[in-house]
Design a binder for this molecule. Structure first.
Ligand SMILES: [Zn+2]
Length: 256
């Protein structure tokens, strides 16, 4: 099995940058390009050469560094087929069910629309890691800028179906405020209460709360728990369908 090294570092005010390095071939991808300076510094620190950019979606804090990095490294830019016209410098278009191979490491692509219409996620099954952009966050999910609750729920359900021990690299450090919101809709979830305490402690020490895991999110993230009776009762939607419960939870978070 090939080895995949992952290096995570802060960018902008609350983004994370990620370098993914296939050690067999030394192919190296930047997952999105939030900020060129920290990405260059990380490459230098690791002694890696940038061969690829793998974009999740078109937002500027995800694709804003594409052209500058491509100019310097002549790297190949991989991104969502459904949003190809909004991904600067795109070379390789991928979509649901495709497998993109970085060196010898295979990444399965999922279409996960909702936050944007062409959002994708990358899942490296052998390494048990997923890069989910702004679709799933630790205790949260992306805002619905270009999609419906039904679309986003379908997208989140695809990610929730990954193995519980999949490490999930989300693109922002939003966890502390997400935890405070989550407690308002599922206050009696003991696993959530415990996790919220751990998050407050970690953030007070300046530690990252990313990556998370699918198993932890399924147990504590209200956006993956629209079938929780406690959650449905708290928001006054007992017995309703998951999309309706998810939509109301997302609406409440928007106004939190
Ligand atoms: Zn975004």
């Amino acid at each position: 099995m090939t080895k995949l090294d992952i290096h995570m570092f802060p960018c902008l005010s609350d983004n994370y940058g990620f370098l993914v390095h296939d050690s067999a071939t030394r192919a190296t991808a930047s997952i999105d390009t939030p900020e060129v300076g920290p990405i260059e510094a990380a490459l230098k620190q690791k002694g890696w050469r940038l061969t690829h950019i793998m974009n999740t979606h078109h937002h500027f804090d995800h694709a804003g560094g594409n052209l500058e990095l491509k100019k310097k490294w002549q790297c190949t830019i991989v991104g969502p087929r459904a949003d190809a016209d909004r991904i600067p410098g795109i070379d390789v278009q991928v979509g649901d069910g495709d497998v993109f191979t970085l060196g010898e490491s295979k990444a399965k692509v999922f279409d996960v629309p909702g936050h944007t219409r062409g959002h994708i996620a990358y899942y490296f099954a052998d390494a048990k890691v997923a890069f989910v952009g702004d679709t799933l966050f630790a205790l949260g999910c992306g805002r619905l800028f270009e999609g419906t609750p039904q679309q986003m729920w379908t997208s989140l359900s695809k990610l929730a179906a990954l193995p519980d021990d999949t490490r999930v690299y989300c693109a922002h450090e939003y966890t502390q405020s997400n935890a405070r919101f989550a407690l308002t809709v599922e206050p009696d979830n003991a696993a959530l209460v415990r996790r919220a305490e751990e998050i407050e402690a970690a953030r007070s020490r300046g530690e990252a709360t990313v990556p998370t895991t699918i198993g932890l999110e399924k147990a504590t993230n209200p956006f993956l728990r629209p079938t929780s009776r406690d959650l449905m009762r708290t928001i006054g939607l007992e017995g309703r369908d998951p999309v309706t419960v998810f939509a109301e939870t997302r609406k409440r978070k928007d106004h939190f």
